[in-house]
Every structure is written in C-alpha cells, then in structure tokens.
Design a protein around this ligand. Structure first.
Ligand SMILES: *Cc1c(COP(=O)(O)O)cnc(C)c1O
Length: 369
C-alpha cells in the first residue's frame, strides 16, 4: 500500500524483486546467552543480480530514474577508487545503455597494488566505464564537473551522481526497502524490533528512517554505525536526507532529532581503514554462516551489532534485522591488510597473531575457548 507513495517518482528498475530475509541460526548458537533470547536475521541486500549487487542499486534506481527523466545520456560519478557506488553506477549504466565516466581517487588506505587495481577498480573497467584519476576528493569533484561541462559542449547530456549516491531522491530507494521489510514481516509473521545498518554517506539509513516514519513506526528502531563521518555529522546528514525524503513521499514531517540513532564506536581511523573488530566480525560471519561482509561498511556495522549483544542490549523475544549491504568485491582490494590482520599470510608469519585477535574481539565465549 505504501508503495504507491513512490509511484510519482521516476524509477529505473535495477533489482529483480524483494531481497531475502534469512535467520542467522549458527551465529545465534555461537552467541548463546549473550543474545538474551533475541533472534538475528539478515536482509540480503548483497544478493542482487546486477553488477555484483549491493545497497547502492536501491538508491540508484531513483537517482538514475531521475537522470533518465531529465534526458541524461551519460552518468558521471566521483569517489574513492574502491567505491561500490561508482562500480554499481558503471554496471547500471551498462544495463541501461547510458555512458559512464568515473573520477576516482586513491583516498584510503594506501598503496597496495590490490587496492589500486583489484576489486571494484577491476570491475569498473569490465563494465566499460571511462575512468579518470584524481589526487584527492576535492580535485575529483572538480574534474567530474569539468567532464560534465566538456560533455555538454559536445552535445551530450551528462548527469552527476551525488557522492555515495546519497540524496533525498536516493533515500527513496531505502524507503522502498522499509516498505519491502514491512511486507516481509507480514509473510514471516514477525516484526523486526531493530534494524541495524552501516551509515556511510547516510542515504540508506535516511531512507529507512523516512520509510519507517511513513509507515507510522518509530524510526529510532533503526541503528546506524557510522563508517565515514564523525558521528554528529553522520547524524545530521541522515536527518536532513530523511526529512527531505519524507517530503518527497508527500508525508508530514514526523521525524524528531532523536529519531536518528547513529553510533560512532566502529568507525576506527575512518573511511576505508579496516579495524580489528570489523575483521573479526567478518571472519565470524563467514565461518559461521558462509556469508560475506565487506571490510569498509558491513563488517564494521556487524561488529557494532556484536558489541550491542556483548553489552547486553538485546531483549528476550526481540527480532533483530541486520542489513547486509554488499560490497564484497572490495575484499579483494584489501588482501594485504587482511593477510596481516587476520593472519592469513601463507608464510605463516601472521598465523600466531590470528587467535589473539579473535579472543580480543570476544565475539563469544565459545570463540575464546
Ligand atoms: C555505500 C555503502 C553503505 C552505506 O550506505 P550509505 O547510503 O552511503 O550510508 C553500506 N554498505 C555498503 C556495502 C556500501 O557500499
């Protein structure tokens, strides 16, 4: 029913249907009494057929829908070289017959050959995007603007994708996700008391907040873990996009400042810098469930979920939904650092370090024994 609120916004379909909700039985078993009888579920937004999938496709459905409605023929995006947003912009452009130009920076976390060439960087080339390089984020933005001018001068119709594909329009994609979750709750006959998601450029969290507000549900049941901005900035960006998205849905503003819950403890040294907790969470999920988190976003958010469990935050009977946002191609960009932190180095040098890292994480009592 709430789907109709989205009907007047141009949308380019990039996702095949609802993404599955699955229960994390083995993670639950490993966490045991720490969960206090709460149940854990994942929303598989990593499971989409286009371009390796991921949360950006939800936002791009509305961003590119808008671009096409405005007559665009070329998508231009700037971002860090391992940007999932850039990769999925390139894939969506390929699917919809648009040209794509990307302006990418090395940004973080340094210089390994895999970070510069593997993962999303490799995929951008396969999707046929024209890739430019820039020294930093500011130069990347201005080069992207120059490319737009140059394209316009030759009669093309460029459209600039916002940073991280986040904007009020983009947030509609995650408002749609909130409606999808509500529909799945009816089928599953359970209600999700908390939703946990990574907060990067804030559009996804904002969209869920707007969607929950439109449904008349408490947006404070969504918890974001910031992986990019300091927590206050992430909170205000989320609030701003959420309010603007709610206006686009034609709903009265029903969002209070404290409705946006963002935690900052998992950010570590900042965007793209992996943390020991994130890597431990990634290994835990992979080894218990065979599911892939990404090092930049979802691993840190899942580490946040595990920290909440350890702090005894969950309540008996609560249903907790973790949004798996995708991004696993970036794993291959982090080979060196994962080798070091997780102790996968085949020389054996890192193997000694591996176990202390896991127990330090204290993921579960069983994990430590
Ligand atoms: C971009 C991204 C996020 C965060 O979404 P925002 O809307 O930027 O906050 C989370 N996970 C993955 C894998 C992403 O690529």
């Amino acid at each position: 029913m709430h789907e109709s609120l989205l009907a007047r916004h141009p949308r380019l379909r990039l996702i095949d249907g609802a993404t599955p909700v699955q229960r994390l039985h083995r993670v639950e078993a490993a966490l045991g009494t720490m969960l206090r009888g709460a149940r854990l579920f994942v929303k598989r937004d990593d499971l989409m057929s286009l371009g390796g999938g991921g949360s950006k496709l939800r936002k791009l459905e509305f961003v590119i829908g808008d671009a096409v409605a405005q007559g665009a023929d070329t998508l231009v995006a700037a971002g860090p070289c391992q940007s999932n947003s850039a990769r999925l912009t390139a894939a969506a452009a390929a699917r919809s017959g648009l040209d794509c130009e990307l302006v990418l920076t090395g940004l973080t976390p340094g210089d390994s050959a895999d970070y510069r060439r593997n993962g999303n960087v490799l995929l951008n080339r396969l999707f046929g995007a024209r890739v430019h390089e820039a020294a930093d984020a500011v130069l990347a933005r201005s080069l992207a603007q120059e490319r737009c001018k140059a394209l316009t001068a030759t009669g093309r119709r460029p459209f600039m994708i916002p940073p991280g594909a986040s904007s009020a329009v983009a947030a509609l994609g995650y408002a749609a996700c909130a409606f999808e979750i509500a529909g799945q709750e009816t089928v599953l006959r359970r209600r999700f008391d908390r939703v946990i998601i990574a907060n990067g450029s804030s559009g996804s969290h904002a969209g869920l907040v707007a969607g929950f507000a439109a449904l008349g549900r408490a947006p404070s049941s969504i918890t974001g873990f910031s992986v990019f901005s300091p927590v206050d900035e992430a909170r205000s960006a989320t609030l701003e996009h959420a309010r603007a998205a709610l206006r686009l849905l034609g709903c009265a503003d029903a969002i209070d400042d404290d409705d946006v819950v963002v935690h900052g403890q998992q950010r570590g040294e900042g965007y793209g810098r992996i943390t020991a907790q994130g890597v431990a969470a990634m290994r835990f999920m992979a080894a218990r469930e065979g599911l892939l988190l990404d090092p930049v976003y979802s691993a840190k958010a899942f580490a946040g979920l595990l920290a909440l469990a350890r702090q005894g935050e969950f309540r008996p009977g609560e249903n907790i939904l973790f949004v798996m946002t995708g991004g696993s191609p970036a794993l291959f960009a982090y080979r060196d650092q994962l080798d070091d932190l997780a102790g996968f180095n085949p020389s054996g040098a890192g193997i000694q370090k591996a176990r202390p890292d896991l127990s330090l994480q204290g993921v579960s009592s069983r994990e430590q024994s």
